[in-house]
Ligand binder design. Structure first.
Ligand code: ZN
Length: 356
């Protein structure tokens, strides 16, 4: 089976460095969670981009990079051709024996002229990027860097087109409101250094959260197909009063909707899990991936894909960096609809259900 390695790419030290960096980014839950985030390298007219649904943490274990023809993709982007949204039509099939699909964020990578582009759902960045006054607050922290803030737009073609109006050729840092961070550079090392610098500048204090009551959670579960979450950050969503209050306002970013559904579902005071799940059905939420038990902790649906817990951990990590009196912007019902009904995301969600 032909892989990126035996096609000679491994002899390109930049490609090799990108796989190493992708692995380390993918293993850092403060930067990416589950199949989120993506990296790319432009080389000889080809954009090598992470495959949709692939995990960056597995960059050294299996082929996760898809080759895409850059010039025709850019021409399609100029023409606002909907075909560039999935970018599937621009894949170099001969070099893609696994028939991987390019990331749904491929056009973001194509639109930036630098050779190396890194996109992460960095919790420190998201904690700023959900603030209604992010522009002025980021300006104070990113001073001296060539940065831009892109207001929230649905990822894919709409986001890329808005981003293109806000960047110049020298922009190396792009904060995506209610979404994440993009950094780029001419080398893997330069892009990695910019990522490190931005994350350092955007660090926020983390509010400690009360511990979950795991015994009480286990009793609540019974045999209803739920289990207590494993990651401490997930429990913080329900045990920390400010985090819970903010979480109840709605969805903060797209991956939350894709993997956890809209907003959060919480049991009422004294409500049993069975009664809560019946209420969730009546409210049209199906079987929620997460059930928050205020003051006690969080349950995860046993059948939820592995990504669900990682994405929920991101929520907890972001919420513990937010204060309830800040001007936090949640996604509108229309924003949520656009994600929930988007074909490309349905594909990514389906992949997440497959065993690894
Ligand atoms: Zn993203």
């Amino acid at each position: 089976m032909s892989t990126a390695m035996d096609r000679g790419l491994d002899y390109d030290p930049e490609f090799s460095a990108l796989l190493d960096l992708s692995t380390s980014i993918g293993r850092d839950a403060s930067l990416v969670q589950g199949p989120g985030g993506n990296t790319s390298l432009k080389r000889d007219g080809t954009l090598w981009i992470k495959a949709s649904g692939a995990w960056l943490s597995q960059a050294r274990e299996r082929p996760i990079m898809v080759p895409v023809r850059l010039a025709p993709l850019l021409a399609a982007l100029d023409a606002d051709d909907p075909a560039c949204e999935s970018a599937a039509g621009f894949v170099i099939a001969d070099l893609n024996p696994q028939q991987l699909r390019p990331s749904i964020e491929t056009t973001v990578h194509a639109a930036l002229p630098q050779r190396v582009v890194l996109h992460v759902h960095c919790v420190e960045t998201i904690a700023w990027a959900v603030q209604a006054d992010a522009q002025s607050r980021l300006a104070a922290r990113l001073d001296g860097l060539a940065w831009a803030l892109v207001p929230y737009v649905r990822p894919g073609l709409p986001l890329t087109q808005v981003m293109r109006t806000l960047i110049s050729g020298g922009t190396t840092v792009v904060v995506l409101a209610n979404h994440g961070l993009v950094v780029c550079g001419e080398t893997v090392a330069a892009a990695a250094e910019t990522l490190r610098a931005v994350v350092t500048r955007l660090k926020r204090p983390v509010r400690p959260a009360p511990k979950p009551d795991l015994a009480a959670l286990a009793r609540l579960c019974g045999d209803r197909g739920y289990r207590p979450a494993q990651l401490p950050a997930v429990h913080a969503v329900a045990t920390d009063a400010q985090s819970l209050e903010i979480a109840r306002r709605g969805s903060l970013y797209p991956d939350h909707i894709v993997f956890l559904g809209r907003g959060v579902f919480a049991l009422g005071p004294g409500e049993s899990l069975g009664d809560g799940l019946q209420r969730a059905q009546r409210e049209g939420r199906g079987e929620p991936a997460l059930v928050l038990v205020p003051g006690t902790g969080v349950l995860i649906r046993t059948a939820a894909p592995p990504a669900a817990e990682a994405i929920a951990g991101c929520l907890g990590d972001v919420l513990q960096r937010l204060n309830a009196d800040e001007p936090i912007r949640v996604l509108s019902p229309a924003d949520e609809d656009a994600i929930a009904n988007w074909d490309a995301e349905l594909y990514r969600k389906a992949l997440a259900r497959r065993p690894a």
